[in-house]
Design a protein around this ligand. Structure first.
Ligand code: PNS
Length: 162
């Protein structure tokens, strides 16, 4: 049987525990999981593409079938280049569903051979988003437990440099 490669795309600005949970789940289902970090974000990211990739590589270092890569342009074009069968996305709540459904259907229209697969993160992470993590941290709030320790440390260095 042919191996199934899945791409888990996102901005990861920054990586959260919810993302890590999804990466772990995806890595247990698919033969290969490529975390695809989007380079050309609409708004300026807090972390550069290099920083986002570094943090992801550190956190996924112990996951042998997970790799971290970057992409720009259309996700489906990238998926075709990587010979991916699946785009993996997380759905935390109903509020995610409409946007995710729209993207999945649009990606299918563009590239019918690639399936979007949705997974739900553990309930404990279903309220976490990169946007809220940044907002809380920038206002001095605690983000312990919301992001991996390496991300917490990088946030500290970035937002409150010594
Ligand atoms: O988790 P995010 O940050 O919301 O990820 C959004 C992402 C990267 C999956 C989406 O913006 C994307 O696929 N961008 C690449 C451009 C593209 O293909 N757009 C059309 C999507 S239908």
């Amino acid at each position: 049987m042919t191996e199934i490669l899945a791409i888990y795309p996102g901005s990861f600005d920054p990586l959260t525990r919810g993302h890590v949970d999804l990466i772990e789940r995806g890595s247990q289902i698919f033969d290969q999981l490529v975390v695809g970090v989007l380079t050309n974000l609409d708004k300026a990211p807090l972390f550069s593409i290099e920083e986002r990739v570094e943090m992801l590589r550190e956190v996924t270092a112990g996951m042998p079938n997970v790799s971290v890569d970057t992409f720009s342009g259309l996700l489906v074009d990238y998926a075709v280049r990587k010979k991916a069968r699946v785009i993996l996305r997380g759905i935390r709540a109903f509020s995610d569903y409409e946007y995710e459904l729209q993207m999945a259907l649009m990606n299918r229209e563009l590239q019918p051979n690639i399936e979007t697969v949705f997974l739900t993160p553990a309930e404990a992470y279903s309220h976490i988003s990169s946007r809220l993590v940044k907002e809380i941290f920038q206002h001095g709030g605690p983000v312990k437990g919301l992001v991996p320790p390496v991300v917490e440390e990088r946030l500290r260095q970035k937002v409150f440099p010594k």
